[in-house]
Design a protein around this ligand. Structure first.
Ligand SMILES: [Zn+2]
Length: 338
């Protein structure tokens, strides 16, 4: 069944939705849009809804009617005037494909609706050559053509491309909003929802993917258990964990965020004397038994260490040395002289 109000799926993005609805209602649609947002922020949901409304024969208040021929064909996934362009297996969008699937294809008149819509996923993967190939089409598109470029960030685009597109940004949502959506809309348990929201960069889709992933739940259990015993380990026991960190290398960003959340919770608990402001409320006992083992300045120093660790990772460090340095730094109960 077609869910008419996409607003329910794109909670927190009212301004962007309003912009789209009024553009459609007023018949003032641009030919090219850049939809920017983190992984899981809802770029595809937004673009899909926009495209469906653009192709709809009788949109209502800027939303697709869900009943006309065009909407029905759209929902079947076979609309002849709807074109998706996705990166290939190698994670690239070569100039050749942009030329064939968009620049040349858009010249052919629409079959069905009065428009033709192109959604380019992960458009930031287009190199300069591919973007230049697209440029002329964006400058002088046929009247019926609308191009939606989806990207995690618009920095990779040539200024010439960026300046000719209307920017629609799906900004990160507050943690509390993400938590609430997971619990109320998707029935995720509060403890998991709270953690996933904290780790999600403010994107519901990302948080939901974590919450539904067995692997993620296990990763969290493993690392939270280790963190809760950390202050009682000696140096050799701490270093013994380095190999496990290497095994979780593919999820290293999540692990680092978990560590940040853990130490942030310890600080909140110490400062307020209550678990109420903590993310990991389900680990209340572990937090309480760890919080007093560290000197307060040492807890604040963990946050800096984790920020440093992220920066170091960007610079091709030796992973083994990096993880030894990180784990030792995190295990100190007292501050380290820098
Ligand atoms: Zn319709």
């Amino acid at each position: 069944m077609y869910e008419k109000s996409v607003g329910e799926r794109l909670i927190g993005h009212d301004a962007v939705l309003k912009h789209i609805r009024s553009a459609i209602s007023a018949g003032r649609v641009s030919h090219a849009y850049l939809v920017e947002g983190a992984e899981g922020a809802g770029k595809r949901t937004l673009a899909g809804q926009f495209a469906m409304a653009l192709l709809c024969k009788a949109p209502e208040n800027g939303e697709p009617c869900g009943r006309c021929d065009s909407c029905r064909v759209f929902l079947s996934g076979n609309h002849p005037d709807m074109h998706y362009i996705q990166p290939g297996e190698k994670g690239t969008l070569p100039v050749q494909r942009i030329r064939e699937e968009l620049v040349q294809d858009i010249e052919i008149l629409p079959y069905y609706a009065g428009r033709k819509v192109y959604i380019v996923e992960q458009a930031h993967l287009m190199n300069a050559q591919a973007q230049n190939a697209l440029l002329k089409t964006i400058e002088e598109p046929p009247a019926y053509g609308v191009i939606l470029l989806l990207a995690e960030n618009v920095q990779n685009f040539l200024p010439t491309v960026r300046s000719r597109c209307v920017l629609l940004r799906l900004l990160p949502l507050p943690e509390e909003t993400v938590r609430r959506v997971l619990v109320e809309r998707y029935g995720i348990g509060d403890a998991v929802a709270r953690s996933c929201a904290a780790l999600s960069s403010g994107a519901v889709g990302q948080a939901l993917r974590m919450a539904r992933s067995e692997e993620f739940i296990r990763l969290r259990e493993r690392w939270m258990e280790w963190l809760s015993g950390l202050a009682r380990l000696d140096t050799w026991e701490v270093l013994a964990r380095s190999a496990a960190l290497e095994e979780d290398k593919d999820s290293i960003q999540e692990v680092l965020r978990m560590m940040q959340v853990w130490f942030r919770d310890l600080i909140v608990l110490r400062e307020t004397g209550s678990l109420a402001g903590c993310v990991c409320q389900d680990l209340g006992d572990q937090l309480e038994s760890s919080a007093n083992l560290y000197e307060m300045p040492a807890l604040y120093q963990k946050i800096d260490i984790l920020e440093d660790a992220k920066k170091k990772l960007l610079h091709n460090v030796n992973f083994g040395l990096w993880s030894d340095w990180l784990l030792i730094g995190l295990s100190r109960r007292k501050t380290l002289d820098k």
